[in-house]
Design a protein. Structure first.
Length: 124
């Protein structure tokens, strides 16, 4: 297999649950191939760099193998390799999100009228 459509490969590599979802992500600009914003039908080949967003994370992967069939997760992970810089960046951002959650406490209950007024006074 020489070339595969981008949306089929993303689906086969298990980045997105359905092919139509992979197509939507490519069309909305959440996926870039070699720094370019592609169309879903763009054919990819081995060695290309794909940058994609999944939730809060941005992953940069290199295409190692091509497949247009969805298989099990262990086989799907053989289709790509995440770059070291991407791994470090994702881990660092995850730590920052965890640290931010510690400093942004959630109350145990909804504030009543008096507590809301006090919160508004503090914010002003």
């Amino acid at each position: 297999m020489e070339n595969v459509r981008l949306d089929k490969w993303l689906w086969a590599a298990r980045f997105y649950k359905t092919r139509s979802l992979a197509r939507q992500m490519v069309q909305s600009g959440k996926v870039h191939v070699d720094g370019q914003r592609p169309k879903p039908a763009k054919t990819i080949s081995v060695g290309q760099l794909i940058k994609l967003k999944k939730g809060y994370d941005v992953m940069e992967v290199e295409v190692l193998e091509l497949s247009d069939q969805r298989r099990g997760a262990p086989e799907a992970q053989k289709l790509y390799q995440e770059t070291e810089a991407s791994k470090e960046r994702r881990e660092r951002e995850a730590e920052l999100r965890k640290a931010n959650a510690l400093y942004n406490p959630h109350p145990d209950h909804k504030p009543d009228k008096k507590e809301r007024r006090e919160l508004l006074k503090m914010k002003r």
